[in-house]
Design a protein around this ligand. Structure first.
Ligand code: ACO
Length: 379
């Protein structure tokens, strides 16, 4: 048998590989649907707050009113960050990317956490709550520091969404904007074994703590093929600028065989289940602001991509303009994804920890055969 025929089947990019079982969420590409704990994500968006969905992801069931109240109180009580972390954040280079800032802040919080080395399920859950509560404070403090502004103290009376807006802008927007933001957080919260979530599980499988797992997950999420796409989408829409030239712009991307950000998905090949809901709320934001430019360019790009390439948009495509219309600076888009996805990442950290086996795949070696080491002067 030739050497080549001995090669095991390599699933490049682990395409189509089931790496473990999970009870957290289910993607059904054949019906373009996604459920968290058995609930359709679009139903959760219409009926629940982000906090209820966070509880669902961490406990497997939606909370009762009393459980929700306790969850909210616990989260709201832990939003403040230490003076030391505030000092570190003020020292961050002001032109650095906020994803690097939040990655560093989470790592720093791991150093400070009183239960840092405790990877018991109870301790990991307490640390996850602290991360959920403090990540928005870090994102907003770093953002404001980069603009020469003082940080704003979190207000425990605010909901998670209200708190985020208040920390960034110093005010809470109208209910339609808050609802659209909450919907985006619910849609971004969880999505099975995507690259960042699998990174968190892999780090957890070594016995490392949750701050390490989340730091690594943030690094993975930053990439433009993953979470970074929501920022890339808005840069693209701004570069096009005018619906009249959208088709021509897209054709030049096709001519250069370039990627069009916010399109395509590893799992969904006939449409991302989260897009219709996010698009509906992005359209509402366009109405609130009174500017349809970005949604009009988006519509043209989506139509053309479907007709000419048979490629559908993913969640980042409507989320990018929605956040822009809510008033957020583009470099905050992927950090907002972090503020939401910490819930899904943590759920996977708990699940991996509960039934752990070290994740350690094999590589099929294709380098040179074994050979003697030549002396330095003989190379
Ligand atoms: N623009 C242009 N062509 C595309 C795009 C796109 N966005 N996405 C896929 N294609 C093409 C590929 O070039 C490929 O064409 P080929 O068969 O002629 O080579 C074909 O469609 C199949 O795509 P794959 O690369 O096999 O898809 P894969 O599953 O490996 O990649 C990915 C998925 C990374 C998301 C890809 O679609 C992409 O890079 N999209 C742009 C980045 C993006 O929007 N990422 C966000 C993902 S969702 C999220 O993280 C929330």
């Amino acid at each position: 048998m030739s050497e080549k025929s001995n090669t095991p089947e390599i699933k490049k990019g682990l395409v189509g590989v089931y790496a473990d079982v999970s009870t957290i969420s289910k993607v059904m590409p054949e019906t373009n649907s996604l459920t968290y704990g058995g609930y359709a994500v679009q139903d959760l968006c219409e009926s629940c707050s982000f906090e209820e969905v966070a509880y669902l992801l961490w406990h497997g069931e939606l909370p009762t009113a009393a459980q929700l109240e306790a969850f909210r109180r616990e989260e709201a009580a832990q939003r403040a960050i230490s003076p030391a972390l505030h000092r570190v954040i003020r020292e961050f280079p002001h032109d650095g990317h906020p994803m690097d800032a939040i990655r560093t802040a989470v790592s720093f919080m791991g150093l400070e956490d009183p239960e840092a080395g405790d990877v018991s399920d109870a301790a990991q859950r307490r640390k996850a709550m602290r991360l959920l509560a403090k990540i928005p404070t870090c994102i907003a403090a770093a953002h404001r520091a980069s603009k020469g502004l003082e940080p704003i103290e979190p207000n425990p009376a605010h909901s998670f969404g209200e708190n985020f807006f208040n920390l960034v802008f110093g005010k809470v927007p109208q209910p339609e904007v808050l609802k659209a933001f909450d919907v985006s957080l619910i849609l971004y919260a969880e999505h099975t074994f995507n690259a960042s979530t699998y990174t968190a599980r892999l780090v957890t499988s070594t016995g490392a703590d949750i701050h390490g797992a989340i730091t690594a997950a943030i690094a993975a999420l930053k990439g433009p093929l993953h979470g970074g796409a929501n920022e890339a989408v808005m840069h693209m829409l701004k570069e096009i600028g005018d619906p009249k030239i959208a088709r021509e712009w897209l054709q030049s991307r096709f001519d250069h065989k370039a990627l069009v950000m916010g399109f395509g998905h590893r799992v969904y090949k006939s449409g991302d289940s989260r897009v219709p809901t996010m698009r509906k709320y992005a359209e509402k934001m366009a109405e609130v602001v009174g500017d349809r430019t970005w949604m009009e360019i988006s519509r043209i790009l989506a139509d053309e991509m479907l007709t000419k390439k048979n490629i559908h948009p993913n969640l980042d495509f409507p989320a990018g303009p929605a956040y822009y219309l809510m008033g957020f600076d583009i470099p905050l888009f992927t950090p907002i994804f972090v503020a939401s996805r910490i819930t899904g990442w943590a759920a996977h950290v708990f699940e991996q920890g509960a039934d752990n086996r070290l994740i350690r795949p094999l590589s099929w070696y294709t380098g040179p055969e074994q050979r003697p080491v030549p002396a330095l002067d003989a190379r």
